[in-house]
Design a protein around this ligand. Structure first.
Ligand code: GAL
Length: 305
């Protein structure tokens, strides 16, 4: 049993294999955490691991692969899981949320054709269980817009939002989703026009909404910034820097809020290796807040849950 994780070291699952869940997301079900993320090995797209302690991760399944089942949900979606040359497409930043009405686990992700980043589409997949095989419902451009780096956020009233980089990453769009989380219902915001924000993630703390994002420099790390709002559809503040100028050589994947006796928020990030993607690492840091509600992100060598 692992007792801690040294940030930036190779993270292995309980079988001793390298854990591939990049640009990912954690969904909590009771005492079990499910970590979904990119896995680019062989025919895989998204894998899921489970853990009770956030340190010892058991590989469960490849939830999305080139062989996954597909099912049309809306017209004009591209259902292909391989491109016209028979090669892999590119699936990035998968996020999974649970829909109480439909009882489905719904995944949203960024989809490209595997050759370049010209599709700029978002994809949707669903499963009846958190660790089952997901059925792919295809990808599309929401309202015709480009959609690249993305995240999902579910508010206290179960309204869900999909946030993604648009206009060649210059603007960050916030879409309210339909009740079943299967489609965009409304474009709520076009934030920080021309600021080129990527890798978004949202967390609610003390009644306020905090959105974190990186700048747009490919695999190279840059400084994370955050903004605050009183509600998801309300007015967002300007961007404020956090961490150091490379955010400790990381790019945000997602924020995990733990509600025990004391609320804790964890910053899960990728330390990408642009030359050898499969050797990308993880850095997990506590996200803290000062009494004025300003978030603080400091580097720690080790992650102790
Ligand atoms: C990053 C983005 C990653 C990946 C990469 C490709 O900026 O956050 O998810 O798309 O660019 O260069």
């Amino acid at each position: 049993m692992e007792k801690s994780f040294k940030n930036g070291e190779i993270l292995r699952d309980t079988d001793g294999n390298v854990l591939h869940a990049h640009g990912g997301f954690i969904l909590r079900e009771g005492s079990v955490f499910y970590w979904y993320g990119e896995n680019r090995v062989e025919n895989r797209y998204v894998s899921v691991y489970r853990s009770g302690d956030l340190l010892n991760w058991e590989f469960v399944r490849d939830v999305l692969t080139t062989e996954s089942k597909t099912s049309e949900y809306r017209v004009k979606t591209d259902l292909r899981l391989v491109n016209e040359d028979g090669g892999k497409i590119n699936i990035e930043r998968p996020k999974v949320i649970y829909n109480k009405k439909t009882k489905k686990y719904v995944m949203w992700m960024h989809v490209e054709n595997g050759k370049d980043y010209s599709e700029a589409a978002c994809g949707v997949a669903t499963s009846d269980t958190p660790d089952g095989e997901f059925v792919y419902h295809g990808c599309f451009n929401p309202y015709g817009f480009m959609s690249r780096d993305c995240t999902l956020f579910v508010d206290d009233d179960s309204t869900a939002y999909f946030i993604s980089a648009s206009r060649n990453n210059a603007d960050l769009h916030v879409y309210r989703l339909t009740d079943d989380y299967m489609n965009v219902d409304c474009l709520v915001h076009r934030l920080w026009q021309g600021e080129y924000r990527e890798a978004p993630a949202v967390v609610k703390h003390n009644g306020k909404y905090y959105m974190f994002s990186s700048y747009c420099t490919g695999w190279a790390p840059n400084q994370c910034k955050y903004a605050v709002a009183d509600s998801m559809e309300g007015r967002w503040s300007v961007l404020t820097k956090i961490g150091d100028e490379t955010t400790y050589c990381t790019q945000l994947a997602f924020l995990l809020k733990l509600q025990g006796e004391k609320e804790r928020i964890l910053y899960f990030s990728d330390r990408w290796n642009g030359k050898d993607y499969n050797d990308s690492r993880y850095v997990i840091l506590p996200l803290e807040f000062d009494p004025a509600g300003q978030p603080i992100l400091e580097y720690r060598e080790e992650f102790l849950p």
